[in-house]
Design a protein around this ligand. Structure first.
Ligand code: NAG
Ligand code: NAG
Ligand code: NAG
Length: 773
């Protein structure tokens, strides 16, 4: 539904676009010549006038909608805009009679512009007395017993009724029950022979589909053959009718179908099995849609599954067969649903004994043949077809099929067939056919993807600098030459190489502001008078940094994106004056020699602080670093003794009696004395002023008396300590011995064995009479 809707919208959009040429569009993609142009869009046209393009302008500028090209001054006669056209190749006039022609034209040749819909008319006139083939396909399951008896006598009536419609009518007969395997049919061998549920003298062996009588116009033959038929039987209610319809449709030769209106009357009182039901009987192979009649019986009934409804619908429409489902009231709904899926089919309600079948067929035939549906078979790739049905007084309708109902005999109806080819292609063909009729229209389709510019190859040789030929207004250059007029001699290079040379970083050619002429950009003047220049036309004098709303702050000139500042100014937008007033410290040094002055503000080296880069709280103290210098400068000693003035050039020193206590450094010299000094950083790199205190702080020299006294006292002390230790050790040893003695003394005290005073608490009395044995 959604697809249909969007399709209608699309068609509508097309109609609207055709009405209003100003909304037509040509989006030219990769257009280099006229052929590219006309194939890139349905509304693209090409101007072949010489000198239509400006120097350096690419060929694609000649490609646009007709309206735009005319607006740009291309004469209509110079516009190449091939249109699709149709030509009838076979156009026999419509006629009735014995060999009627109902469809016109019978063959059409189309040459189409890709994506440009082309419409041509197809006329249909319903002829009287169109020959009819009718195949009567009957369900012979047991419940149809009384119907069979009726049909045996009906043949003549049916044929007579048909002959009222046409002088050329034929009738055939076939019958079906179901596959002869379980669960459809009882497979007991006896039951297979006589499947009827009640004892019946004339019961036909179980079968799937049997073709009885090929189409004939001999009603007696129908009567004879059909009267030989007996009822048969099966188990389950749905029958194998779809198998039978499929075989009746595809076995064209055996049935004898002619180039006539083909009707297939299907009579039954039950539903039908369809694809998938075969599984119940372990039949898994899908139906192959081929004829498998051997000796008039469907031979693969038990090997192939039932066909699907879709498969059947397609086969019926391919074979032009219109089924008429003559079914009993109880199954009417099922078959009505089925006809919705099978185009050109009808349902009629059969009386319980089929006595009304003749009128049923007449009605169904009328309704079928008064409905004309036109459609096509497989379309070539990229081709789409729609039909506008113009059926008498009704409002025309558009769709993927043409359809008119209630078409009366001799009424002429028209279908506007709109064909669109989506792309260029060689000649292909397809067929358009009214369903249920054998007449077809063959549509041969090819595309117009070549411009025909009628150029005499030698007529404008000088236009192409004698190095090429004019083709549809543009030069087709000889090898080694490129350019709009083949004016560039390039040797091995190609036009592509030249264009590449005009593109900065693969951007647009000459930044979109110039033409690439032989690999060199020729820049345009811009509309507002700016000058555009540069190798890729990438420069102009406006696109520089702004400051206070002015290009380069009004203090300089813009040159290809960069400001060139007037004297006294600097900065990317000339926003700064060159003055360094704000950068000078109290001594007048710019940033104390440790930074640059930019825009009158110091940019200090790392660690130094604004405003003048004087202080550096985070820097290492210079005192340890320059200790050797202080030593040689202040006291003439140390490692730099020999070359002091060379090694310590950056230090400007003074010797002082006293330094006070603020920020003084203390470092040891080689004599282990403390040097007291103060370092102050001067302007510039690593320049210091050092104030050194005249006096160092040296350690006191050692005194002899103290050393001797100390030594004697020390010896005495050691002796005393040794004595003490000896005393301690002996005392501890004594203590240990004493403890041991005490312990042993206690042990001996409680040992009863040794105590002569100890007497036991018990007395042992010996019984002299007790011998102990
Ligand atoms: C059918 O096509 C013809 C031209 O082929 C056109 O004049 C006519 O308007 C079309 N009719 C409809 C309903 O589109
Ligand atoms: C039906 O018509 C087609 C082409 O018109 C022809 O090839 C074919 O032989 C015809 N068939 C019969 C049975 O007349
Ligand atoms: C000064 O002399 C010392 C030791 O003699 C030496 O290590 C140092 O490199 C010398 N310095 C210069 C600047 O010559």
């Amino acid at each position: 539904m959604y697809q249909l809707l969007s399709f209608l919208l699309f068609v509508l959009a097309f109609l609207v676009r055709e009405v209003d040429p100003s909304s037509q569009e040509c989006s030219k993609v990769n257009v280099n010549n006229c052929n590219d142009c006309i194939t890139s869009g349905a509304f693209c046209t090409w101007c072949k006038a010489l000198n239509f393009t400006k120097p350096g302008e690419p060929g694609s500028a000649r490609c646009d909608t007709k309206a735009k090209l005319e607006e740009r001054g291309c004469k209509t006669s110079d516009i190449i805009n091939p249109q699709g056209y149709d030509a009838a190749e076979k156009n026999v006039p419509l006629q009735g009679g014995s060999s009627p022609v109902q469809l016109k034209p019978q063959a059409v040749r189309l040459e189409l512009r890709p994506n440009q819909p082309h419409t041509f008319p197809l006329t249909f006139k319903r002829a009287e007395g169109y020959p009819v083939d009718l195949y009567y396909l009957m369900d012979l399951s047991y419940s149809m017993k009384d119907d069979l008896n009726n049909v045996k006598t009906l043949g003549k009536q049916i044929l007579l009724a048909l002959k009222k419609i046409t002088s050329n009518a034929r009738i055939g007969f076939g019958s079906f029950v179901d596959k002869t395997v379980l669960p459809y049919t009882n497979t007991n061998p006896e039951k297979l022979q006589k499947p009827c549920p009640v004892e019946e003298t004339q019961c036909q062996a179980a079968f799937g589909f049997k073709h009885v009588l090929s189409l004939t116009n001999n009603e007696n033959m129908f009567n004879t053959e059909v009267s030989k038929q007996y009822i048969s039987g099966n188990l389950d209610p749905p029958e194998g009718g779809l198998d039978a319809i499929m075989q009746a449709a595809v076995c064209e030769r055996e049935i004898g179908w002619g180039n006539n209106t083909r009707l297939l009357v299907y009579t039954t009182d039950d539903g039908f099995h369809m694809a998938g039901d075969g599984k119940l009987g372990a039949i898994l192979k899908p139906n192959d849609g081929e004829c498998h009649l051997i000796g008039n019986q469907y031979s693969k009934s038990n090997e192939l599954d039932y066909p699907s409804v879709g498969q059947l619908a397609q086969t019926l429409s391919e074979k032009n067969i219109q089924p008429i489902f003559a079914v009993t009231e109880n199954t009417k709904q099922v078959y009505e649903d089925l006809t919705k899926m099978i185009p050109k089919s009808a349902v009629g309600v059969l009386s319980s004994d089929s006595s009304n079948v003749v009128t049923l067929i007449q009605h169904a035939y009328d309704s079928l043949s008064s409905t004309v549906i036109v459609g096509h078979n497989q379309l070539p790739e990229g081709v789409t077809v729609t039909y506008t049905s113009i059926c008498g007084d009704e409002r025309p309708t558009t769709g993927s099929q043409g359809r008119c109902s209630n078409v009366k005999i001799n009424q002429e109806i028209t279908f506007n067939v709109t064909v669109t080819a989506g792309n260029c292609m060689g000649e292909q063909s397809f067929e358009i056919r009214p369903l249920g009729f054998t007449e077809t229209m063959v549509v041969k389709i090819s595309t117009r993807c070549q411009c025909e510019c009628d150029e005499n190859p030698d007529s404008h040789k000088d236009y192409c600098t004698n190095a090429g030929n004019v083709m549809c207004g543009i030069c087709s250059c000889n090898a080694g030459y490129v350019g709009q007029k083949c004016e560039c001699k390039v040797g091995q290079k190609t036009e592509r190489d030249l264009t590449l040379a005009c593109r900065k970083d693969n951007g647009t050619i000459c930044s979109g502001l110039g033409d690439c002429v032989c690999g060199i950009c020729s820049c345009h003047a811009s509309e507002d008078g700016r000058k555009i220049y540069g190798k890729y036309c990438e420069c102009d004098d406006m696109n520089c940094e702004l400051n206070r709303g002015k290009v380069c702050g009004g203090n300089g000139k813009c040159d290809c994106g960069k400001c060139i500042c007037n004297e006294g100014f600097q900065g990317s937008a000339c926003q700064c004056s060159v003055s360094t007033e704000g950068c000078r410290n109290s001594r007048g040094a710019v940033c104390s020699g440790r930074g640059n002055c930019e825009c009158n503000v110091c940019q200090c080296q790392s660690g130094y602080q604004l405003p003048f880069c004087e202080e550096c709280p985070a820097c290492l103290s210079p005192c340890p670093t320059y200790a050797h210098c202080i030593e040689c400068l202040g006291f003439g000693t140390g490692p730099f003794e020999k070359n002091c003035s060379d090694s310590c050039k950056n230090i400007n020193h003074t010797i002082k009696d006293d330094l006070g206590s603020a920020k003084v450094c203390k470092e040891k010299d080689k004599d282990n004395c403390w040097m007291i000094f103060r370092m102050t950083e001067l302007d510039g790199q690593q320049q210091y002023a050092a104030e050194i205190r005249k006096e160092r702080e040296c350690p006191e020299p050692p005194s002899i008396a103290a050393i001797v006294g100390g030594t004697v006292a020390g010896v005495a002390l050691i002796g005393f300590v040794l004595l003490l230790i000896w005393k301690l050790i002996t005392s501890l040893k004594d203590l240990k011995e004493f403890r041991k003695f005490e312990k042993e003394k206690q042990k001996s005290k409680w040992s009863n064995a040794d105590n002569p005073l100890f007497k036991g608490a018990t007395t042992t009395v010996m019984n002299p009479n007790f011998s102990g044995e």
